[in-house]
Design a protein around this ligand. Structure first.
Ligand SMILES: NC(=O)c1ccc[n+]([C@@H]2O[C@H](COP(=O)([O-])OP(=O)(O)OC[C@H]3O[C@@H](n4cnc5c(N)ncnc54)[C@H](O)[C@@H]3O)[C@@H](O)[C@H]2O)c1
Length: 330
């Protein structure tokens, strides 16, 4: 398949590009590099530095690449910032996505894969989270993703768009082959922050809340390896061949892992203690979020290769050890 990977210079998108190539597909990347890294995409992959909101320029890329499928990873994803600057999020995550979709439909491109998030569930009504549970985001970031999901449903009905919206849980780890990994600035994700703290490249890790009703008092989350996430994106291709397919899948391992368990895995991988500063709970952090991903397993035959936190953290550590300054080292 010819695949246009929008946001393909980012963390998950660049891993997906690599997995697409390994599976025999032909990816091209569109990214404005607001956060992504040019070096995260190999020189053999066509690269278009374009802003998603520039519909004419996006149209020119679609004309040049003639993709069978468009995968859309591009978004802003800082939950706190989405609360203080919601317009930035509505424009980049919702409005710009509508431009992309209109440019696609005008050209008869009708297969779409979308990066949604477990944040669309808000505080879940039960655990593990299943796709049919009510979606009630508690911040603008989650709302922008739910808005796109709803637009996709409408476009599917009206225009026969076939789409899959993947609700990711916590993407983690890095390609075991090396050379690409997580490099966000600022970084807000637990594993890279804990690694940076362990090796003295960052401040002590702030642990928000030690009195949750969980086995060790810290939050439980569902960490899914970035390569496993990526593989789901082409496992769905066959299903997208049906016009008007309207598909929603959770992507997680289904294994709840506490913050303290992640820190222990980082300590084992790095061989160093993670300095920690304990503080009160952070507003808007539910005690536990983990997926029931049996729909993706049954319908797509998707099976995560990584289930335990230790091997996931080891791949993240390998990336950091070999590239202590991220893509700046390349
Ligand atoms: N990382 C996670 O744990 C996680 C969890 C749930 C959902 N998601 C979603 O997955 C997607 C990818 O996440 P990530 O961690 O790889 O993020 P990332 O920031 O590393 O990658 C996003 C990429 O999109 C690009 N981009 C952003 N706005 C753009 C625009 N207007 N035009 C062109 N390119 C633009 C950035 O330059 C970047 O390369 C996002 O949509 C995010 O909301 C991520």
């Amino acid at each position: 398949m010819n695949v246009l990977v929008v946001g393909g210079a980012g963390y998950i998108g660049s891993h997906c590009v690599r997995q697409l190539i390994l599976a025999g597909h032909r990816p091209a990347v569109l990214d404005n590099l607001v956060f992504g890294h040019r070096a995260a995409v190999g020189p053999e992959v066509p690269f278009h530095r374009v802003d998603l909101g520039d519909e004419e320029a996006v149209g020119r890329v679609l004309d040049a690449e003639r993709p069978d499928v468009v995968m859309h990873f591009a978004a802003f994803a800082y939950v706190g910032e989405s609360v203080t600057d919601p317009l930035k999020y509505y424009f980049n995550n919702s409005v710009a996505t509508l431009h992309l979709l209109r440019a696609m439909l005008r050209r008869g491109i009708r297969r779409f894969v979308f990066s949604s998030t477990c944040a669309t569930y808000g505080v879940p009504q039960g655990l593990p989270i299943v796709e049919g549970m009510p979606q009630s985001p508690i911040n603008p970031y989650g709302q922008t993703k739910l808005d796109v999901e709803n637009a996709l449903k409408a476009l599917s009905k009206a225009h026969g768009l076939s789409f899959a919206a993947f609700r990711y849980f916590n993407a983690a780890g890095a390609s075991p082959e090396g050379g690409i990994g997580e490099d966000h600035a600022p970084e807000t994700h637990l594993i890279p922050l804990a690694i940076a703290a362990a090796v003295g490249q960052g401040p002590p890790l702030k642990l928000f809340g030690t009195d949750y009703p969980t086995p060790d008092g810290t939050c439980l989350r569902d960490y899914v390896h970035v390569d496993d996430l990526s593989r789901a994106h082409f496992a769905v291709f066959e299903a997208l061949a049906t016009p008007g397919a309207s598909l929603f899948y959770n992507l997680g391992t289904g294994i709840p892992t506490s913050v303290r368990e992640v820190l222990a895995a980082v300590e084992r991988a790095t061989g160093r203690p993670v300095p920690v500063v304990e503080g009160p709970r952070r507003e808007g952090d539910p005690p536990a979020l983990y997926a029931d991903a049996s729909k993706a397993r049954t319908e797509l035959g998707w099976q995560p290769e990584y289930e335990e936190i230790a091997p996931i953290v080891e791949t993240a550590w390998k990336w950091h050890r070999d590239h202590p300054h991220g893509f700046a080292d390349r």
